[in-house]
Design a protein around this ligand. Structure first.
Ligand code: CP
Ligand code: NVA
Length: 308
């Protein structure tokens, strides 16, 4: 059956582990698979990107495939051709579509009309490729995922918070979210994460006090306070967030050997200090590298004949 990766819980816990294992193998031997030989994969961007764009282009090439990288604003999609018509046409040329767009319902519409796998390269609501990578990075550093405590500090209603809730609980982690009043995670996502936790032994908790949340944490994650598209939303995205800054004082509350993740781009001196991002607990550069390996694994898995 045709599979997509539109949100983190599109993968079962066992499937997530299978892809993470494959990602580790591809990291150890980057040119060992030609699974995309003769195949073309489009990566379409309606928002800016550095890591996602480069890692998909390089990854598709390393797998023997042909990457078609396009700024979505230059497509007829940007002149009111419907998402569904675009999807039907692209399905005739390509083997998979990777799309970075705005509302999740746009990528749901793309997938509904596609006859090839669709991968979410970030929407307003979810960033599942990033969180798959984050899980790979945590497992690499800690040797396991289930039972670890991960704390996310920042906008609890953004794509990273939601994906960490779904992806983290799929991996059996205890996910804590600390965000200011008015920036709490979506209620349905919380319910979906709780449902996943009941299968995996993970958990979700929403905190208001950053120090209490970080107490004993194995993994501390932050992200920008202003996501792409929110620049002019009229909300105060600085004042209520200041106490959530990931700095050395906050990190002292975390477990010994705790690691710090940030999907990047970082706003140094705002959500994270130089001292932390450049310090010994930072795993952000491995995290950025792992985008390549995790996405290659995802593509190999989704395009496997078994799933066509
Ligand atoms: N983390 C991430 O998705 O980075 P880009 O926006 O640079 O792709
Ligand atoms: N939450 C951020 C993630 C960037 C990779 C954004 O959507 O801009």
């Amino acid at each position: 059956m045709l599979r997509n990766f539109l949100r983190d819980d599109d993968l079962s816990p066992a499937e997530q582990t299978e892809i993470l294992d494959l990602a580790d193998q591809l990291k150890a031997e980057p040119l060992s698979s030609r699974a995309l030989e003769g195949k073309s994969v489009a990566a379409i961007f309606e928002k800016n990107s550095t890591r996602t764009r480069f890692s998909f282009e390089v990854g598709i090439s390393q797998l023997g495939g042909h990457p078609v990288i396009i700024d979505g604003r230059s497509m007829q999609l940007g002149r009111e051709e419907t998402i569904e018509d675009t999807s039907r046409v692209l399905s005739r040329y390509l083997d998979a579509i990777v799309w970075r767009t705005f509302a999740q319902k746009r990528i749901d519409a793309m997938a509904s009309a596609a006859s090839i796998p669709v991968i979410n390269a970030l929407t307003d609501e979810f960033h599942p490729c990033q969180v798959l990578t984050d899980l790979m990075t945590i497992r690499e550093r800690k040797g396991k995922l289930a039972g670890l405590t991960l704390v996310y500090l920042g906008d609890g209603a953004n794509n990273m918070a939601h994906s960490l809730l779904l992806g983290g609980t799929t991996a059996g982690m205890n996910v804590r979210v600390v965000s200011p009043e008015g920036f709490q995670p979506d209620q349905q996502v919380m319910l979906d994460a709780k449902h996943r936790s009941s299968e995996t032994g993970g958990s979700t908790t929403v905190f208001t006090d950053p120090y209490a949340a970080v107490e004993g944490a194995d993994v501390v994650v932050t992200d920008t306070w202003t996501s792409m598209g929110q620049e002019n939303d009229g909300l105060d995205r600085v004042g209520p967030f200041r106490e959530l800054q990931v700095n050395a004082g906050l990190m002292r509350r975390a477990a010994d050997e705790a690691i710090v993740l940030h999907c990047l781009p970082a706003h140094r001196g705002w959500e994270i200090t130089d001292e932390v991002i450049d310090g010994p607990s930072s795993a952000v550069w491995d995290e950025a590298e792992n985008r390549l390996h995790a996405q290659k694994a995802l593509l190999v898995w989704l395009l496997d004949e078994k799933r066509r």
